[in-house]
Design a protein around this ligand. Structure first.
Ligand code: HDE
Length: 703
């Protein structure tokens, strides 16, 4: 599938700039002439872009230098405000393909015809960190999808977690203030592990279900390609007859779910803060287009009424075992934006962008969001004409009488700018085709109330916890302990343990014990007691539904001079057959000389390519270059980390001293495979689908 990447160094002229002496002997720095003339933004040709206009060679700069002034003015204004949440993001273009007509449920145009493709743009993000923060923060991931339908843009602005921290939008500013860096010190960046966040959470019992997800490995995904997405709220499908069906949207990654380990995340952030960006960029540029299936849970009011929780409460899910999601289409991302700012930064997602046939429910979080997203675009993009920016413009015919304003790009002509008018000019509304709200009967007192049906804060938190494998339960407890260990106010830690007692007794004790709490607190007051009878939902575990294949994953191969060329080629071929990729790590960036005297080019020098960047590793040093690796502490870390992160490791005999150096020589287990004969490659590759040898974890972690 490999395609050449968009970028190439072809045509790069390394001698472009030079210093030359003028006729009078004076020095000029000049750039090489090209066919295209550099101009000002007003179109004036520029004679010299290397020197500002001065009085003499060493005199002051002149204010009349309009080229300099314009250039600096524009530069000074290059930034727009970053998003107040989800500032760090990365996006790609693609399409949604509908499987078959959903006319029975919805009149939405994109769902009417089998096989029809509709263009889409998807932005993934972290929530808390600023635009320049690192990719592997422990954080919820945004999964925002814009589909350019023939009846207007549909934005499904979701997350990689199906529930949320709060039940009412009015609490959103408090939640976000609490999780972001503390306002006096301005740290920690992109981390929830601090007092303010846990203070707010421990005083907000409705957040407990979400906290279980947040402390699970879901918040340290291996890449965007390996995460699920969720619309979170209950929406409505409305068909041609005006009948409504409730719907919850789920995106399922074709390559399966995968996360990294916390210790790995911490190290990846240092080694490659753009780990997730790079992954998406590389996958798409090499033709390995990531894909998700859109699945829906469809239900009626009487089905919803059977639950003792409320389907309007965004802190609840409907377990997939109770209502299996139905596949309705697929999303493929196949093109990176040409310009990050123009598209990824300026894209404006809005929950209120729905085509006819998709409607809102009364979820109070969704209702609040529908207000917020329009507001935020004006702040960030600076003009009500943000829909004139190509990435935000509909791709279907559109016509309205909105006019003027900052940076208006589409200006109507002619006399008539209103309707109705007597001249038969311009668009008119259409009762038949236009968006109509589902006419739900609404009545009640005007009050500030939280519905009684929103009161159970612990049952689904418990259900999530008991649905995890033992390994995942350990990770969850470790994450809670880590986060709370960064909290300096003891009462906040205790208050959290008091909530955990309502979720799972063993979990609460484990965390209390790891934190070193001397006394157990009383369980937190619960408005509704935790249900103990909810069945585990295996669909909530990442490991239980692991992909069982290495497709889309990466093997890091450590080589040095003398590497066995035939073995290397066989290993690379076996990985390619699985749909995986390989990267070569060597002591020098130019690579290593193999035993057959060919040069094996390196992708990374050893200190730039730690094993945390790979899903599995192979140690193929040659005897000739082994000393180089043994002298290098990063080579020791490569091996020690791969082992500690429960990765599968293949090795050749010559690599044995590296295990000694890494301090793991006495602990080698069945996940460490010696490549002695050809069949050993097959044995190793067959293991890789498990992604990790979790059985090793107890040997490398404090109990
Ligand atoms: Fe957002 N959210 N949000 N949010 N949200 C924004 O809009 C807001 C919520 C989500 O890649 C902002 O354009 C409120 C839930 C994503 O550009 C802002 C509430 C979910 C993105 C905003 C929520 C999300 C945003 C900031 C509580 C998952 C990034 C910049 C009621 C279902 C979209 C912007 C992108 C962005 C408001 C809660 C997902 C301020 C008031 C729940 C993926 O409008």
């Amino acid at each position: 599938m490999a395609k050449s990447t968009k970028r190439s160094n072809a045509g790069v002229n390394i001698h472009d700039q030079k210093l030359v002496r003028g006729e009078g002997g004076e020095l000029h720095q000049i750039a090489g002439d090209g066919d295209e003339v550099l101009t000002t933004a007003q179109g004036g040709p520029v004679s010299d872009d290397q020197n500002s206009l001065k009085v003499g060679a060493r005199g002051p700069t002149l204010i009349e230098d309009f080229h300099f002034r314009e250039k600096i003015f524009h530069f000074d204004h290059e930034r727009i405000p970053e998003r107040v949440v989800h500032a760090r993001g990365y996006a790609a273009h693609g399409f949604f393909e509908n499987y078959k007509s959903l006319a029975k449920y919805t009149r939405a145009d994109l769902f009417q015809r089998a096989g029809e493709r509709t263009p889409a743009f998807v932005r993934f993000s972290t929530v808390a960190g600023s635009k320049g923060s690192f990719d592997l923060a422990r954080d919820v991931r945004g999964f925002a999808v814009k589909i350019y339908t023939q009846e207007g843009n549909w934005d499904l602005v979701g997350n990689n977690i199906p529930v949320f921290f709060i039940q009412d939008a009015i609490k959103f500013p408090d939640l976000v203030h609490a999780v972001k860096e503390e306002p006096d010190s301005a740290f920690p960046q992109a981390q929830s592990a601090h007092d303010n966040f846990w203070d707010f959470i421990s005083l907000t019992p409705e957040s407990m279900h979400m906290v279980m997800w947040q402390m699970s490995d879901r918040t340290i995904p291996r890449s965007f390609r390996f995460m699920e997405g969720f619309g979170v709220h209950t929406f409505r499908f409305v068909n041609e007859k005006g009948e409504s069906t409730f719907v919850k949207f789920h995106w399922k990654p074709k390559l399966g779910l995968q996360s990294v380990m916390w210790n790995e995340a911490v190290k990846i952030n240092g080694a490659d803060p753009d780990f997730h960006r790079r992954d998406l960029w590389t996958a798409i540029q090499t033709g390995n287009y990531p894909e998700w299936e859109l699945q829906v849970q469809l239900f009626e009011q009487d089905f919803a009424d059977k639950f003792d929780f409320d389907v309007l409460d965004p802190t609840k899910i409907i377990p997939e075992e109770i209502l299996p999601p139905v596949p309705i289409g697929r999303l493929v991302l196949d093109r990176m934006p040409d310009n990050f700012f123009a598209e990824t930064e300026q894209v404006a997602f809005m929950t209120q962008n729905v085509p006819p046939g998709i409607d809102f429910s009364n979820d109070p979080l969704l209702q609040g969001r529908n207000f917020s997203y329009l507001d935020t675009q004006l702040k960030r993009l600076g003009s009500p004409n943000f829909t004139h920016i190509p990435i935000n413009a509909p791709k279907c015919p559109f016509a309205h009488f909105q006019q003027d304003g900052h940076m208006a790009m589409r200006n109507p002509v002619g006399r008539v700018n209103y309707q109705p008018n007597s001249f038969g000019v311009g668009p008119r509304e259409t009762a038949a085709r236009g968006f109509t709200s589902f006419p739900e009967n609404e009545a009640g007192e005007k009050r500030r109330l939280r519905s009684e049906s929103f009161a159970d804060h612990y049952s689904q938190a418990r259900q999530f916890y008991i649905s995890q494998t033992e390994v995942e339960q350990q990770h969850l407890a470790a994450a809670l302990t880590f986060e709370l260990s960064k909290v300096k106010t003891p009462v906040i830690r205790e208050r959290m343990v008091a909530h955990l007692l309502n979720i799972d007794d063993a979990l609460a004790h484990k965390v209390a014990d790891k934190l070193g709490l001397r006394e157990m607190p009383e369980p937190a007051d619960a408005a509704v007691p935790t249900r103990q009878d909810l069945d585990p939902s295996p669909a909530l575990s990442i490991i239980a539904k692991g992909p069982k294949r290495f497709e889309g994953r990466k093997l890091g191969i450590l080589v040095s001079d003398g590497v066995d060329a035939k073995l290397l080629a066989a290993l690379k071929a076996a990985i390619a057959k699985e749909g995986g990729t390989c990267e070569i790590v060597a002591p020098k960036v130019t690579g290593a000389e193999a035993d057959d005297e060919t040069i094996v080019e390196a992708d990374e020098m050893i200190d730039g390519g730690p094993s945390v960047l790979f899903d599995a590793v192979a140690l193929l040093p040659g005897e000739a270059g082994l000393a180089d690796l043994l002298a290098e502490s990063t080579a020791r870390d490569f091996v020690a980390d791969a082992f500690a992160h429960c990765k599968f490791i293949a090795y050749v005999e010559a690599a044995t001293p590296l295990f000694v150096k890494a301090g793991v020589a006495d602990s080698l287990d069945e996940g460490v495979v010696a490549l002695k004969a050809k069949k050993d490659i097959a044995t190793f590759v067959a293991m890789l689908g498990d992604l990790r040898l979790w059985a090793r974890e107890p040997a490398v972690k404090m109990p």
